[in-house]
Design a protein around this ligand. Structure first.
Ligand SMILES: NC(=O)C1=CN([C@@H]2O[C@H](COP(=O)(O)OP(=O)(O)OC[C@H]3O[C@@H](n4cnc5c(N)ncnc54)[C@H](O)[C@@H]3O)[C@@H](O)[C@H]2O)C=CC1
Ligand code: BAL
Length: 504
């Protein structure tokens, strides 16, 4: 198959040349043993965009060997923090230069609006690369006095080695940046496996890696099915660490494969069923804005989607009225129109999954007060859908839907609200809206989540750590905490005088 295709973006007419091979040692290559391809579909039209090479387990071996060679020679402990910083900044500049093209490609492959992809996904990713470029020459250890006379120790935060990074389809560019930036800043090398649904922008970014000047083998990219390339990468004995974002079910498999192979370090950013509590003192108009953003941003395909909202009963009716108005205001449609706020969901699989939950909600007796009807025509569109009259045992209340489907319940006391919010196996995000500062402090302490948003929701910053509690994950991305995921602490204990009397 061709190793470069030209994609014409339907609405803008832009011609994008895209390499479709596996990216190993700074070159786009064919699979060593497979003729399999991945067909990429435009979710807005349901039409194919192009096909890319699907990597095999043997291709993962080749990529891991390339990453190991780079780690031992041009990268790892052989490259200065200043140089890592320079290259990361250069990569950020190139992404910024190509922001519109990357956003159009992301919109084609994922469905999200171009404006959102350009201003948030690419914009925040550029910021992420620059943030970790800033850290690359500031990774420092400690000096530890031992007896103040003849001995001391110092610690070195060494790059952990070859990292397998497996990312999902909901934020292809941003999840790429969250993973590669801290790994490169710490001196690790990478074998990246993008989602089989959205490999296109990650391949485009691979071109920028060459242009930025990264040595061959530092970052390798293998589009592949999860059960093939993902499984091979996780079970590989030459991989020192796996960083994963995706479903909890796949997270479990990854942890098991890591345990059974070489006990590689694992960080997991998994699913959620995140709650928002609306208290009677809250600014209801603002709380409704944040609740709408929480469930509708990225068409609900967000690990932190605020998919359960609980409202204090004294303001319940008023809040619902406002929320429905807000949800109706979001324009869902053509992602190439700058006014569009939400696009289709990513795939037929995801579309069918969301509709099966909407049907389950109706069957189990929840009341659908907005949406819940399919559109006619092409495209995997799901309109904002709100359920009330929910009970804790319903599937729509318990399980991650990953679509624009919100369950709204009510509570009377603060304790009851907290109990409802925490009644899930997940613990990724949570929100609370109240104008009582003491209440904000009490409730934020009580909510079981890696991130609690107070009087806001779903905003993430490159310098603030992000990750989950309970079954939402292990480890942290973003902030200085992410550096710990990619370094191994070595303690060097130094004796400059003590004599050992032997035998003991
Ligand atoms: N936390 C998050 O941000 C995400 C959560 N999800 C949740 O997962 C559900 C299913 O979506 P999927 O795309 O099927 O998620 P998934 O967890 O299977 O896919 C995520 C990544 O893992 C890879 N993968 C799949 N099986 C693997 C394996 N055995 N070993 C190693 N890697 C493997 C995939 O190829 C992809 O790159 C969604 O409906 C949503 O609820 C999906 C994507 C992102
Ligand atoms: N909300 C950003 C991370 C994610 O959905 O995976």
């Amino acid at each position: 198959m061709a190793t470069v295709v030209t994609i014409t973006v339907p609405k803008t007419g832009r011609q994008i040349k895209l390499p479709t091979g596996l990216f190993i040692n700074n070159q786009f290559v064919a699979s060593v043993d497979s003729k399999e391809t991945i067909e990429c579909i435009n979710p807005a039209t349901e039409k194919p965009i192009c096909s890319v090479v699907a990597g095999s387990a043997k291709d993962i071996d080749v990529a891991v060997a390339a990453a190991r060679e780079a780690f031992n020679t041009t990268w790892g402990k052989n490259v200065t923090g200043f140089e890592r910083s320079r290259l990361l900044n250069k990569l950020a500049d190139l992404m910024e230069r190509d922001a519109q093209e990357l956003a159009e490609l992301e919109a084609l492959n994922n469905g999200k609006p171009v404006r959102v992809a350009r201003d948030f996904d690419v914009g925040d990713s550029v910021g992420c690369l620059r943030y970790y470029a800033g850290w690359a020459d500031k990774i420092v250890g400690q000096t530890i006095e031992i007896d103040n006379k003849t001995k001391f120790a110092y610690t070195k935060h060494e790059p952990i080695g070859v990292c397998g990074q497996i990312i999902p389809w909901n934020y292809p560019i941003m999840m790429w940046a969250w993973k590669v930036a801290p790994a490169l800043a710490c001196g690790c090398t990478i074998v990246m496996k993008p989602s089989e649904y959205t490999p296109l922008t990650v391949l485009k970014l691979s071109e920028l890696i060459v242009e930025a000047g990264f040595p061959p083998g530092v970052i390798n990219t293998i589009p592949s099915l999860g059960s093939v390339g993902g499984a091979a990468l996780t079970a590989h004995k030459g991989v020192d660490k796996i960083a994963f974002t995706g479903s909890t079910i796949t997270g479990r498999k990854i942890m098991a494969a890591a345990a059974e192979s070489n006990l590689k370090k694992v960080s997991l950013e998994l699913g959620g069923k995140s709650p928002q509590l609306i208290f009677e003192s809250a600014n209801l108009d603002q709380a409704a804005n944040w609740a709408a953003l929480g469930i509708l941003y990225n068409t609900g395909q967000d690990c932190t989607a605020g998919s359960r909202v609980y409202v204090q009963d004294t303001v319940y009716d008023k809040f619902i009225q406002i929320l429905v108005i807000k949800a109706k205001q979001l324009v869902i449609g053509d992602g190439f129109d700058e006014a569009t706020g939400g696009g289709p969901v990513v795939s037929k699989v995801q579309y069918d999954k969301i509709w099966s939950y909407i049907e389950a909600g109706k069957q189990q007796g929840a009341q659908c007060i907005l949406g819940g009807e399919k559109r006619s025509g092409k495209g995997y569109y799901v309109d904002p859908t709100i359920f009330t009259n929910i009970t804790p045992d319903m599937k729509i209340v318990q399980e991650e839907i990953f679509g624009p489907v919100l369950s709204v319940g009510r509570f009377s006391t603060e304790d009851e609200g907290i109990k409802l919010a925490n009644s899930t196996t997940y613990g990724l995000g949570a929100g609370l809206h109240s104008n009582d500062a003491n209440q904000c402090m009490r409730v934020s302490n009580a909510l079981e989540a890696g991130t609690v948003w107070v009087n806001q929701y779903n905003l993430l910053y490159n310098n603030v750590p992000f990750g989950g509690k309970k079954q939402s994950g292990i480890g942290r991305e973003l902030g200085s905490n992410a550096l710990e995921e990619y370094t191994s602490v070595k303690a060097v204990q130094w004796n400059y005088g003590e004599k050992l009397d032997w035998p003991l």
